[in-house]
Design a protein around this ligand. Structure first.
Ligand code: NAD
Ligand code: IPM
Ligand code: MN
Length: 370
């Protein structure tokens, strides 16, 4: 990736018909896995135009800019989708750049549905005994624009024995309702991998302790589920859900939850799929420019060593292509990743002998020939 590339804005009226994708590799292993995902996108033949952006820790440390002026408006105006790596760098202790870029995109572009599919591609990847791919095929829909992530709160009397820190959990009627409705619509419109219909929406909360926000989620869930009598509505407390997820993942179909619980349970769920290197996600607002990123972070301890698994990023690219209408290209990429796993053409975290680049190359070569 060319780290010197500057933010590009298009003149009004020069909008091309080709799908335009902004690519932001970010930090750490983001800079290793995203080039592999880009290689695979190109190999798929999807008619897209890719533009690199250098937003991330290096750029921030150079000029203190996290997001250039008008950056989010530019992404929304000039691009059809955004492909992101990860943000997080030990040199930026405050994590301010990650907050402003990643959470900035989610919040300021109003990407309210964080769609995190949980699919076991091959039984060998799952740490649970006797679990097959058909047993792990669910999706977590995480509210992505509010909750404890809004940064509401503050610190009072800092550094004194009387210090007080508050971190507010913001739940709006609009925010809760739209993610719950998204979950029911998702359930209605998507099938499982074996072609069978999805049937159950499970709302996960902690309403036994967090009673104010919990009550809102409970009431809205009851109300919206009434509009979908053909689907089953279920509820589980988040602590119990964690236990069930590792005891019997078969029972899950569509899970809808708040921002923070969604963050935590999707790392747990990534464990069922072969680890963080395998998990893909999309940050969606229907009809608006949406952003796609692997679930993992910048993994500083393995960064720069050609060790990172690129499949989460490659599967994320497939998710993005499907979102843009390139469903056959997306299906070919997914099938090739599965083939790579079966043939052990993978990185070490999932048992293969390859490096990041070699695993990406193997998939890209196969995809270009398929
Ligand atoms: P992490 O996801 O970076 O790493 C967790 C563990 O998973 C580590 O052991 C890592 O080596 C392993 N791992 C992650 N991705 C992998 C891959 N592709 N292949 C093989 N192994 C992989 O989470 P962390 O260590 O908690 O956080 C590191 C930094 O990343 C922090 O700064 C954090 O804030 C940031 N982060 C960013 C994002 C994001 O940008 N979306 C997501 C999570 C964490
Ligand atoms: C994720 C990450 C982010 C989150 C961090 C980096 C703020 O963990 O995308 O899952 O908590 O949403
Ligand atoms: Mn996370």
């Amino acid at each position: 990736m060319d780290s010197k590339k500057e933010t590009r804005t298009q003149e009004p009226g020069t909008r091309q018909t080709k799908h335009r994708i902004a690519v932001i590799p970010g930090d750490g292993i983001g800079q290793e896995v995203i080039p592999q995902a880009v290689k695979v996108i190109r190999a798929s033949g999807a008619d897209v135009e890719l533009t690199d952006f250098d937003w991330g820790a290096d750029r921030y440390l150079l000029d203190q800019i996290t997001v250039p002026p008008d950056g989010f408006a530019m992404l929304g105006r000039d691009f059809d989708a955004i492909l992101v790596g990860a943000f997080g760098d030990l040199r930026v202790k405050t994590n301010i750049h990650a907050k402003e870029i990643l959470l900035g995109m989610r919040f300021k572009m109003d990407l309210y549905a964080n769609v995190r599919p949980v699919r076991l591609l091959d039984a060998s990847l799952c740490p649970l005994k006797g679990v097959e791919p058909k047993d792990v095929d669910f999706v977590v829909l995480r509210e992505n624009t509010e909750g404890v992530y809004t940064d509401a709160g503050g610190v009072f009397k800092q550094g004194t024995p009387d210090e007080i820190a508050t971190q507010e959990d913001i739940n709006t009627r609009k925010g809760v309702e739209r993610i719950i409705r998204y979950a029911f619509q998702y359930c209605e419109r998507h099938t499982k991998l074996d072609g069978s219909p999805r049937k159950t929406v499970l709302m996960c909360d902690k309403s036994n302790a967090m009673t104010h926000a919990g009550s809102l989620w409970q009431r809205v869930f009851k109300e919206v589920s009434g509009e979908y009598p053909q689907l089953t509505a279920q509820h589980m407390y988040v602590d119990a859900l964690c236990m069930h997820m590792v005891r019997d993942p078969r029972q899950f179909d569509v899970i809808v939850t708040n921002n923070m619980f969604g963050d935590i349970i999707t790392d747990l769920a990534a464990g069922l799929q072969g680890g963080l290197g395998m998990a893909a996600s999309g940050n969606i607002h229907p009809g608006k420019t949406s952003m796609f990123e692997p679930v993992h972070g910048s993994a500083p301890s393995i960064a720069g060593k050609n060790l990172a698994n690129p499949f989460g990023a490659i599967l994320t690219a497939a998710m993005m292509l499907a979102h843009l209408g390139f469903s056959s290209e997306a299906a070919r990429i997914e099938a090739t990743v599965l083939e790579a796993i079966r043939q052990k053409k993978t990185t070490q975290d999932i048992g293969g002998p390859l490096g990041t680049r070699e695993a990406g190359e193997w998939v890209a070569t196969k995809v270009s020939r398929s």
